[in-house]
Design a protein around this ligand. Structure first.
Ligand code: NAP
Length: 464
């Protein structure tokens, strides 16, 4: 249907809804309204903005189950994960409602008694954001909350596979009293949004979460108008399990991280490097744990792993598994599939691959699926070299109970996020983001509001 977007449930292939696709003229008008709303919003006092963001958070908390169910229908993730994501997204609203009140300037001692130097912070201007389908509300909230707190206005293009929960989340901002032009969503293809956002004279900042290839295009296209950019891009996370690691902890944490959202997260373990002396025990235990995961429709009770988001995602996963098996990997769990290309659902049984080697594609490309490839190592320095041998630098994990090994690994790994005996690293109060081709900037914590602020300095003379 022309000018309509059809949203399907990836667990069944059933149509959930059809929504209006915005025309280019409508998107340009939204950007203009964002520009016009900027000055009044920026000049509102910080306590007022804070109270409105807090009211938004309260609305979301009251509608958590409704948004979570919508998210599971459009994304497929188990309901317990959707509820967790709504809480996680709301934490950003709560955090930045407070940070709105803590945007401090400073004074600098001048080099003359006749002068004063004052530094103040101002919002960068209207922000245009593009977000992915794997965390449909959290990836948007962690941009919108600091943007609004800083005094920026915000327009987001939500992912075409999963716009519904994000739209509902933003509707609650209006119900909380945030003016309609301060935060808006538009529905269109990524390509159209990217072009309109980057060329718009009204937009001062692009904030993107998604693949590295799209991020590069957006950076290039932002150059003409020298827009600020925040980029949260792809990852290829290593997990290093050292000789002295607590194997039970390593298995439990790795399974929790690897199979969350059916392995479709940017911080998912993608290369599991295990010391050869403990590899047999680790493989046996992780294979048992993975075989115990229940796959199915995320709306049903007891489901641990939902469907893959779409056919392209499934094809990439299957190709990586087939490539690894062709090159000699063993399967100790999974490598089974329930799919229907015509209806459009794709379930991948959580899979463990062992005997993995560096010539396999899975060791170089993000999988975005529930597949755990395991390779052994004999020296820690070899593991570090393998871990760092990638253009990505988002999240890395290691397991050791030796503080010297842990500190050595922390210092040596070129990653923006490190988990030591811990893989649950996402939190509104911590700075999330990647090095190298995994991104530019940080989201969350005090650092997360900085990208939405400009620094203005004023030198005042005449005090003599
Ligand atoms: P994607 O293809 O880059 O899509 C993400 C968003 O970009 C969607 O809204 C998409 O719109 C839009 N898009 C697509 N093509 C575009 C273009 N040419 N110009 C502008 N926007 C465009 O990424 P994905 O495969 O859906 O998402 C998974 C990726 O996101 C993975 O690489 C993952 O690691 C990364 N990710 C990173 C983080 C982080 O914080 N670092 C967090 C989550 C995910 P449509 O939906 O309309 O195509």
């Amino acid at each position: 249907m022309a000018n309509m977007l059809t949203i399907k449930n990836p667990a069944t292939g059933d149509v959930i809804n059809r929504i209006h696709l915005h025309s280019e003229a409508e998107i340009e008008a939204a950007l203009k309204r964002s520009h016009d709303a900027f000055a009044p919003w920026a000049s509102r006092d910080a306590h007022d903005r804070s109270a409105l963001i807090r009211a938004w958070a309260d609305k979301v908390k009251a509608h958590q189950d409704e948004i979570a169910e919508l998210m599971t229908r459009e994304n497929g993730k188990p309901l317990k994960e959707s509820r967790g994501e709504v809480t996680y997204a709301t934490n950003y609203l709560d955090w930045y409602a407070e940070e709105a009140k803590r945007i401090y300037g400073k004074t600098i001692p001048a080099n003359s008694p006749a002068k004063r130097i004052i530094v103040s912070r101002q919002p960068v201007g209207p922000v245009a954001a593009i977000t992915p389908w794997n965390f449909p509300v959290a990836m948007m909230a962690r941009k919108a909350a600091p943007a609004l707190a800083a005094g920026c206005t915000f327009v987001v293009k939500l992912a075409s596979d999963t716009p519904l929960s994000g739209m509902r989340f933003i509707d609650l901002a209006y119900e909380a009293g945030i003016p309609r032009d301060v935060i808006q969503y538009v529905n269109t293809s990524g390509k159209v949004a990217g072009e309109l956002f980057t060329k718009s004279p009204y937009v001062r900042k692009i904030s993107f979460t998604g693949s590295t290839s799209v991020g590069k295009t957006l950076i290039q296209n932002s150059a003409d108008t020298v827009k600020h950019v925040t980029m949260e891009l792809g990852g290829h996370a290593p997990v290093i399990v050292a000789e002295d690691a607590d194997i039970d902890v390593a298995v439990e944490q790795t399974v929790a991280n690897k199979f969350r959202n059916a392995g479709q997260t940017c911080v998912c373990a993608n290369r599991i490097l295990v010391h050869e002396s403990i590899a047999d025990e680790f493989i046996e235990k992780i294979s048992v744990a993975v075989k115990g995961l229940k796959v199915g429709n995320g709306l049903e009770d007891g489901i641990d792993v939902g469907p893959i988001i779409n056919e392209a995602g499934y094809d990439k996963i299957k190709a990586q598994v087939d490539d690894a098996v062709d090159k000699g990997a063993d399967v100790t769990a999974g490598d089974q599939y329930t799919i229907d290309r015509k209806k459009g659902y794709f379930f991948v049984q959580p899979t463990v691959l062992t005997g993995v080697t560096l010539d396999m594609t899975i060791m170089h490309e993000e999988t975005f699926g529930p597949v755990a490839p395991i390779m052994t190592f004999s020296s820690l320095d070899d593991a570090i070299e393998i871990a760092n041998d990638t253009p990505f630098g988002l999240a890395a994990y290691f397991f050791t109970n030796d503080y010297r090994t842990g500190t050595y690994l922390h210092d040596a790994l070129d990653y923006g996020i490190i988990g030591w005996n811990d893989t649950g690293i996402s939190a509104a109060h911590a700075p999330f983001g990647g090095m190298k081709e995994s991104g530019i900037g940080r989201e969350g914590a005090q650092e997360g509001i900085e990208p939405y602020l400009e620094t203005k300095y004023m030198s005042i003379g005449g005090f003599d």
